[in-house]
Design a protein around this ligand. Structure first.
Ligand code: ZN
Length: 345
């Protein structure tokens, strides 16, 4: 069987999980413009084309998209509400809240969504976190690149570890069996968080710093620790996290990261966290201009710039010798295993 047919067959017979997507933010923007079924009408066809059967959706965080300040608690509540409405409207859409939902997701029956937060600035106290959990939140990234009340992001000079509040947040994640996602943390906060979170950790959209020196990528020491703790690392498809020269961000170069991480801790620690932004690239471009950043900063891996083109990357992985079983794990099995470990601990 040629590689393309092999990958298509894998994509149709196994759960495929995108472990980090900002689509809920675009869904909210579309709903505000009157397109109140965008998740199904506009996004689902692209998910199907890419083979994706489950997507983790960011419903808020410590950053802004155009005029949306995603740390605003009221805005986050509204994004959650809009997202749940659009999931509820369709029988083949499901929210992932517990192990039974993961069983359904593993069988590829319908399309599954899990809610995540990318920075906890919208959380003033633990009660607010519990409210979001009650509404379906299941994964939490503590910071974006900056410092907040919980911890220091990777963009802070002389960063430290978690604050007392950050430790209380981690305690609550353990108590409610939520996924802790260590992406975006400064190195000291990364290690501090792992000292307190005792369940398998996720790093949803980061690559290997040994191959691309960006501060958002993981050192070999960090990768080894994730392996020891039975965690999972989602490969990021953004060019700046793939190669120091982002114009060289080919699928094969991204596959180098997968091979490197697999050599350190095994292929069962890999997942797909593409971090796509094509659906609101207009807003991102404004942000680049505002911050005097290069206009081509947000180029994605060549040939797989949207979720519909996910198979291009999977083919690059297949060419590097991963077996069908290993590829099935990378596509979604590994992420589902981690979510199950956390939910049922
Ligand atoms: Zn991010």
């Amino acid at each position: 069987m040629d590689i393309s047919a092999r990958v298509q067959s894998l994509l149709r017979s196994h759960p495929v999980v995108d472990v980090h997507s900002d689509y809920a933010i675009e869904l909210y923007r579309a709903a505000e413009e009157g397109r109140d079924d965008a998740l199904h009408a506009e996004h689902l066809p692209r998910l199907r084309e890419g083979g994706v059967s489950m997507e983790v959706l960011t419903v808020g965080g410590d950053f802004d998209i155009d005029v949306l300040k995603l740390w605003d608690e009221r805005l986050v509540r509204n994004i959650v509400d809009r997202t749940l409405q659009q999931i509820d409207r369709h029988e083949d859409f499901h929210l992932v809240r517990d192990a039974a939902d993961l069983d359904r997701a593993a069988s590829r029956a319908g399309t599954h969504f899990m809610l995540a937060l990318e920075g906890i600035r919208c959380i003033e106290d633990i009660a607010a976190l519990r409210m979001l959990h009650a509404r379906g939140l299941r994964a939490v990234i503590l910071t974006h690149n900056e410092r907040n009340g919980a911890a220091d992001g990777c963009g802070e000079p002389n960063p430290g570890g978690l604050s007392n509040f950050g430790r209380a947040v981690v305690e609550e994640l353990l108590a409610t069996r939520m996924v802790l996602d260590l992406v975006h943390l400064s190195d000291p906060s990364f290690f501090d968080a792992l000292d307190h979170y005792t369940l398998p950790p996720m790093v949803s959209h980061s690559n290997a710093r040994a191959l691309c020196a960006h501060r958002r990528n993981l050192t070999d020491e960090q990768i080894r620790l994730i392996g020891e703790r039975h965690g999972v690392i989602g490969l990021n498809f953004l060019g700046m996290f793939i190669d120091d020269d982002r114009t060289r961000a080919t699928p094969d170069r991204l596959a180098d990261h997968a091979v490197h991480i697999a050599e350190l801790i095994g292929p069962q620690a890999l997942a797909l966290g593409p971090d796509y932004a094509d659906y609101y690239i207009d807003a991102m471009k404004k942000w680049l201009t505002r911050d005097n950043l290069p206009s081509d900063l947000l180029t994605f891996v060549h040939g797989a710039e949207t979720v519909a083109q996910l198979p291009v990357v999977v083919e690059a992985l297949a060419r590097r010798g991963f077996t069908d079983e290993e590829l099935a794990g990378i596509l979604g099995g590994n992420a589902l295993r981690l979510y199950r470990d956390v939910f049922t601990a």
